[in-house]
Ligand binder design. Structure first.
Ligand code: 6R9
Length: 651
């Protein structure tokens, strides 16, 4: 059976920003002469002091460094707000939809429409409040907020004064929050009394109070009232958001920020150790986020655009807030979940706001697909023109459903491959230029030079499978790991010398299309969220009854990958169902619900080599339910361990 190919619809080929020939030409320029290409496209921003240097980057150990537009200065909040005031001040910047829909009888919470002018004012007031609390340029501000417009206000206020924001997803536990606050040495936390998601309340302030027991350095908590719940309030430390912001002036001149000054830190899981603080700087990130947003979504001012990601993930940073606002977009911000109060929710919001561009995650699509087509087809969706996918590989079946049922076979799908580290889309179709193949992220964006290597680092040509690397820098690339520049180099540039290693496996077909096959390191992708197996293992062994643990991925119909944990208990412990439940609850408590193990298999021992290394290859195969050939097990210290694992495996 040949692969399906969906040609570019003719109205797209005619009207899009770039067509196929345009893509080829721009791509060629971008890789043949990056200096000239980015000197031109760097002009898309308003600079305070224009840059004269464009690219100064090396992936080699001797002169390692990544700098873009390094002598330019700018302010990102001014690029998102001030620059639009004269032309689009009364246009809607943020269309916010609350967790629960309005009821037929008029009850329920209304949506909010925030114009660029209003957002500018809110950001200025909040920036002044941060300054009044002593926040300095370069200082870290931790943001632990639900999907409310104030989250965007907080980000932009930090950018306005040059503070570095570190957003912690509001689903993370107090422990996970505390670790991130401590790592970046932040003394101020922004939160709300509670969050609302899928009709359930999330005790955010209580989580902060709990976390701060471990963080003596935090002296200020600014709390937004979202539900009005009665929560703890520490005099002298806690500040009421609304009343404190209202007292501030609505005038706040944007600070002059160097292109290479930090913009934000975002913690993400890697294959080893605790989560890394991925550091992005200002100028290159801004060029990348705005340019990819414009070209990948063929965005034109006035269009209603909705990225359904949470601001706790990089997709929310680049494609809910920064990219769209730099482009003067109307960006929808949705507090809720796809299946509350029912599985029509996404498409009802699309109809309500006449959304033209919708960008979501395969895991949500798979969950909705399972509920049946009626939830979709009873809505109109006539406003939709373009669909996007991000976060994990989209299986062709879900792609076809998205295309046919959600998009009425009318809307191209841009399957965008990228990472927290890359700042924005890297391998992606452009809707007017790229024929689509379901399941393929297709071709590189301008300036991106992907390559495939074998395990020994040899460059592979033509149609092949390999490890995906990027051979040259692009403006949106992360600049460092917060507090550990050496770890940055080691993690990404030491596996294959002189190249950025993505951690993903990939196939390239005869048309030069890239097909991401998933992580090849010890990272698993659960519902589009990255989890380091090491993190879950360390949570498990922190339990007093657990001696050892090993975690691998397993196939999961909805989540893409699930979490399969092998656990060895202390000798005196008799593992049973109660302990299994206790451990599941424990991991949820230690990290958060996204780390909930799907399977816990108790084992008297883990397969280890004589030198004591866990042979993860065997565990991975069990997790994948592919046990017909476990490979060479002769180097195991005790091969009988494997028999027990196989006998009691979950599938
Ligand atoms: C943006 C984001 C990054 C990892 C990445 C890869 C997977 C993301 C994908 C995709 C296949 C796509 N991934 N997009 N795999 N097709 N379109 O998700 O960042 O949370 O850092 O995850 O997600 O494995 O390496 P992040």
């Amino acid at each position: 059976m040949g692969e399906a190919v969906y040609p570019v619809p003719s109205e797209w080929a005619q009207n899009a920003l770039v067509d196929a020939a345009g893509y080829d030409e721009m791509y060629r320029q971008s890789v043949e002469n990056p200096e000239a290409f980015w000197a031109e496209h760097g002009q898309r921003l308003d600079w305070i002091k224009p840059f004269t240097k464009v690219k100064n980057t090396s992936f080699d150990e001797a002169d390692f460094g990544i700098r873009w537009f390094e002598d330019g200065t700018l302010n990102l909040s001014a690029n998102c707000l001030d620059r639009h005031l004269a032309t689009r001040g009364d246009a809607i910047a943020i269309l916010w939809e609350p967790d629960g829909p309005m009821k037929a009888d008029g009850g329920g919470e209304p949506h909010r429409e925030i114009t660029y002018r209003q957002l500018h004012e809110d950001v200025c007031r909040f920036a002044n409040l941060l300054k009044a609390k002593g926040v300095q340029k370069g200082e870290r501000v931790t943001i632990y907020l639900p999907m409310v417009p104030e989250a965007a206000v907080a980000m932009l206020a930090c950018a306005r004064i040059g503070a570095i924001h570190s957003i912690v997803f509001a689903g993370f536990s107090p422990d996970a929050l505390a670790g991130r606050i401590t790592d970046c040495d932040s003394r101020i936390v922004l939160t709300s009394d509670e969050g609302l998601r899928g009709g359930k309340k999330v005790p955010l302030k209580a989580n902060v109070d709990e976390a701060l027991k471990q963080c003596p350095g935090v002296d200020t908590v600014i709390m937004l009232r979202r539900t009005g719940a009665d929560v703890g309030f520490v005099e002298g430390r806690d500040v009421d958001w609304a009343s404190a912001a209202a007292q501030q002036s609505a005038d706040c001149a944007p600070e002059e920020i160097g292109a290479e000054d930090p913009l934000f830190i975002l913690y993400t899981s890697g294959s080893t150790g605790k989560p890394k603080g991925v550091l992005h700087t200002t100028g290159g990130y801004a060029v990348w986020a705005s340019m990819t947003h414009q070209y990948v979504f063929d965005y034109r001012p006035g269009q209603i655009y909705w990225c359904a990601a949470d601001i706790g993930w990089v997709t929310g940073h680049s494609y809910v807030v920064y990219g769209p606002l730099m482009n003067g977009a109307t960006t929808v911000m949705f507090e809720g979940v796809p299946n509350f109060p029912d599985a029509s929710r996404f498409w009802q919001v699309v109809d309500k706001f006449k959304v033209e561009i919708f960008y979501g995650a395969p895991t949500a699509l798979r969950a909705l697909m399972r509920e049946g087509d009626d939830w979709v087809t009873k809505t109109s969706r006539a406003s939709l023109r373009l669909l996007g996918s991000v976060g994990e590989p989209i299986n062709p079946e879900a792609w076809e459903w998205y295309h046919k049922v959600v998009g009425d076979s009318r809307c191209p799908i841009v399957d965008t491959w990228w990472q927290t580290e890359t700042g924005g889309a890297m391998i992606t179709p452009l809707p007017g230029a790229t024929p689509l193949k379901p399941g393929s992220a297709s071709r590189p964006f301008f300036g991106v030079k992907p390559a495939l290597l074998d395990n020994d680092g040899a460059l592979l040509e033509g149609a092949t499978d390999g490890c995906l690397v990027i051979t040259d820098s692009w403006p949106g690339q992360m600049r460092s790991v917060w507090g550990d520049h050496e770890r940055f180099f080691q993690t990404y540039f030491s596996t294959f010398k002189g190249m950025y290693f993505t951690g993903d496996g990939c196939r390239r077909d005869e048309d030069g299309y890239y097909w991401i096959t998933g992580r090849i390191d010890d990272v698993i992708n659960v519902s589009g969220h990255r989890m380091g197996t090491a993190e879950i293992e360390s949570a498990l062994v922190a339990h007093s009854k657990v001696a050892e643990a090993a975690v691998v991925g397993m196939p999961h119909d909805i989540k893409g990958q699930g979490i399969y944990a092998f656990v060895t208990c202390n000798v005196e412990v008799e593992p049973d169902e109660a302990l299994r439940r206790e451990l599941v609850a424990w991991v949820r408590h230690e990290i958060g619900p996204i780390a909930t193990p799907d399977v816990i298999q108790f084992a008297p021992g883990l397969p280890k080599t004589r030198s004591g290394k866990i042979m993860r290859r065997i565990l991975r195969k069990i997790g994948e339910n592919d046990v017909s050939n476990l490979g060479d097990t002769s180097t195991l210290a005790d091969p009988s361990v494997v028999d027990h694992l196989l006998k009691y495996r979950a599938f």
